[in-house]
Design a protein around this ligand. Sequence first.
Ligand code: FES
Ligand SMILES: [Fe+2]
Length: 353
Amino acid sequence: MKAYLKNSWYMAAWSSELDGGALVSRRLLDIPTVIFRGADGQATALRDRCPHRFAPLSRGKLDNGVIECGYHGLRFDETGQCVGGFFPGTGSSSIRAQSFPTVEQDSIIWYWPGEPEKAEIALIPRFEYLSDPAYKTIDGVSLVSAYYELITDNLMDLSHIEFLHPAFCGVLQAAKHSAVRDGDTINSNWWAPNVPPTGAIQLWWPDNNGRIDHWLDMRWDAPASMLLHVGATHPGAAREDGMFQPSVHILTPETEDSTHYFWNAGMPRDNRLDMQEIGRLFALSFDEEDAPMLEAVHQAMGDADLFDLDPLLLRIDSGAVLARRRLRALIEDEARDSAVYKAPHRTAEESHS
Ligand code: FES
Ligand SMILES: [Fe+2]
């Protein structure tokens, strides 16, 4: 069985998914979770299980920020506290649904499945373009039948574009790749100077004059939050003089065999392209090109860990390998800490035996 990093921020939903008083029910790290806005509008994540007869709370209804269980009517606020019910004896303050620390930032609902006292907001990676009025954006979420680290591999090693999405690239064979760790962040970057425009750049920036300096910079933070900056300039020009296209790629395991892939594509607001069309291309290339390959790889690997299968590692794998190693180290640290925390204290007598 694979271990998840528990003391970490995971994406639970896009802010927009909670519009209109929605109850979003999603299995996250194997735990059914319900995400909604409380009476004050603050986003919250509760275990999607009523403490009475374990009915999914998401089968109830949201009334002014309070969930009423659809089975016998217990009512829970955004903290998980029971605030009453239809029948007598349901007003006790000891009745609670499990709640998770939840934060809304950059149009993303983050939740913390681990020890609540360790949930520091400063640990959440930033995706600032999502709230920058200079950009227009479109987002989505796909459910993929593959373990989430396989999708991290796919994103941290964009060499696959040449084979899975050949219409969009064609220059990476001649590009320089670097993978660098900076604290808990890994950067996996491609730099292709003075190359013909790729299919994607031709679409996004038709005024490219036929030659470009081109880059694809991917930033990873544990457990699986990635920010991609794709850009192009006229050869030799400063990056800020060219075009720039940011995108978000965040993975939250649903189970060991499936992953929620949250994506967002941004474009400078003055770009003429229609975001619905960009979103359609984004979803199509992932759902029809990446996902089938990732699901086939997942099937081929069974439940084995990549490193346990002694894979052939190429230079193009360096970003993905750094991310996997960092995540594995964090999970091992967490297991060690919790073993220390849980170890029963030895008695004085045992200590001297
Ligand atoms: S199961 Fe929720 S009130 Fe009974
Ligand atoms: Fe891809």
